[in-house]
Write a protein that binds this ligand. Sequence first.
Ligand code: SF4
Length: 274
Amino acid sequence: MVEIPEDLRDQGGTPALDAIRTLRQQLELNRDFGWDMPVASDPARVPVEDSPTADRAGEGTRPPAGGETGTTVRETAVAPESLPGPEKGAALEPVEAEVAGCTLCGLCEGRTNTVFGVGDPGARLLFVGEGPGRDEDLAGEPFVGKAGQLLNDIIKAMGLEREQVYIANIVKCRPPENRNPVTEEIAACMPYLRRQVEIIQPEVICALGGVAAKALLSSEASVGSLRGKFHDYDGVAVRVTYHPAYLLRSPHEKSKAWQDIKAVMSRLSLPLPS
Ligand code: SF4
């Protein structure tokens, strides 16, 4: 625990106190995870690294066709690269509305809510998990349970807030008994995620767990073998790491996850721990 120096306690909500509180939060995260956490600077002021297309293409395989559904989600084409950040949110709205009424696969039958995604539509970083669990189904928001709390901690460790990234899933409806989505369900739902990626145009996608990695990369390889390099999904760099729920069950893997996250931070030119 970092004690606030006596001479700063009387200054109320000064920048100095805010900085100490931030440092204390990060040291507490460090203690919890055993990670070499960075000390955050202002990520909004970090210059964007030039990312030539050839470099972003990486070594990954092409994404799957993703289930040509013929639904209107593919007919809401815009030129995402021409959209300023605030308008990306508006461009996502019709896609979200379509998801809300979607019955393209059997997962619609057991859902309480569809779970489209949350965060900044202009985000540089997109986290993608596999699908909603019970808490997410009830809330209509991805990553709100214990795994979501760990993801929030990871985002904080990057010097960011949850609201500064975008979080989505491969499938938008909860698989029963929290089973993995099957191939047909993934194929039916992938066009929605593809549309989200086209509109948000993140610089990096962080695939959380095997289902997300395999769906994005059209690969049957394990998370362990997909880690360690950047892949490509429709021209966006993809880094694969472990799902937070797996990290809760296997905390000894957190150090590997932190290596993955540091690679993402480096790609985004976010300040790394010294
Ligand atoms: S999981 Fe996706 S494809 Fe299946 S019903 Fe839900 S929104 Fe539609």
